[in-house]
Design a protein around this ligand. Structure first.
Ligand code: ASP
Length: 324
């Protein structure tokens, strides 16, 4: 007998309320994970166990919850009879949580995040099927790595992003596409499972505990009519030693990592004043290919929210003289 642990964090999949049967106008994160599991059967011989880690609308996701979630994943995946972990999550930041876990949990077992676009109280909620599909992935003996399962698609943590505010298949992995599909409980893989973190990060254990001191990294955008003013203000704060001032900024750049000239000038000034600057493309697909970086690194195929996580981790490692 194998166990799959279902960690609840809230989201629309656990949402209720609004007009009876409505698809919008509900409150996310109200129904406990134990209730979401009622009547759900995974593949035969699988024992399901629910644990409530958080109960929130994932638009409000914070580092604290990521750290708790990471700790629970590490705990459960270390048990020999646990085949994998499923996480019920809101769709808004599921890609960020997936990328955070993929960057910080070293395991060869699957971590499967799932969600819903309609609340549990909708006339035709999508959550129960998504949860069943996620369980099928977690129970697949070949499955490994951090994936997001929604609307019958399996997406890797690195490339998945929410690409539609409303429709049921709201996720895309850009030009990579889904890693595979779940069809009537069967996993059909069209790419390999995502690559795994090779070893447990060597950061001090206290970094993973509640209240740990992580570098603050903000996201700004380059756009028509940009001024660079926010970047200058953030760098001012850092120079003035304001408490909790930013250590890094990700700039969501236009196209192939290009910056408005005034943003580029502000980015160079910020760098000189000790703020780490990383560029990510606004395009939502593909990989930045810049022949001339002008001294400002880019995040290749990561979108801005994931580049923010990568920069936070890089700054942490830098300050502690270690690497992931
Ligand atoms: N705002 C919700 C959340 O991210 C949306 C959803 O789950 O679909 O928690």
């Amino acid at each position: 007998m194998k166990r799959v642990i279902v960690l609840g964090t809230g989201g629309t999949i656990a949402g209720s309320g609004g007009l009876p049967g409505a698809n919008v106008g509900y409150t996310a994160g109200t129904i406990p994970v134990s209730d979401l599991l009622t009547g759900i059967t995974g593949p035969a011989d699988l024992v399901l166990e629910g644990e409530q880690v958080a109960q929130l609308d994932s638009k409000d996701m914070e580092l604290e919850t990521w750290l708790q979630l990471r700790a629970r994943c590490v705990h459960w995946l270390a048990q020999a009879d646990v085949a994998g972990v499923v996480i019920t999550h809101g769709t808004d930041t599921i890609e960020e949580t997936a990328f955070f876990l993929a960057s910080t949990v070293a395991t060869s077992k699957p971590i499967v995040l799932t969600c819903a676009m309609r609340p549990a109280t909708a006339l035709s909620p999508d959550g129960p099927q998504n949860l069943r599909d996620a369980l099928s992935v977690a129970a697949d003996p070949a499955a490994a790595g951090v994936v997001v399962v929604c609307a019958g698609e399996i997406h890797g943590a690195r490339h998945v992003s929410k690409s539609h505010p409303y429709r049921l298949n709201a996720f895309s992995s850009g030009d990579i596409g889904p890693l595979g599909y779940v069809e009537e409980g069967q996993v059909r893989l069209v790419h390999g499972w995502p690559s795994l973190l090779k070893a447990e990060p060597t950061l001090d254990p206290e970094i993973w505990s509640a209240g740990a001191d992580w570098p603050r990294v903000e996201i700004l955008m380059s756009h028509a009519g940009a001024s660079g003013m926010l970047l200058d203000l953030l760098a001012d704060q850092r120079e003035a030693g304001v408490e909790n001032a930013v250590e890094g900024v990700v700039i969501a750049a236009t196209g192939n990592g290009s910056l408005h000239q005034v943003v580029e000038a502000a980015a160079q000034r910020a760098k000189q004043r000790g703020v780490a600057v990383l560029i990510a493309s606004r395009c939502g697909s593909g990989k930045v290919l810049r022949p001339d970086t002008r001294g400002i690194e880019d995040a290749a195929d990561l979108n801005a929210p994931k580049a923010r996580i990568a920069l936070m981790l890089a700054l942490l490692c830098q300050s502690r003289g270690t690497h992931l």
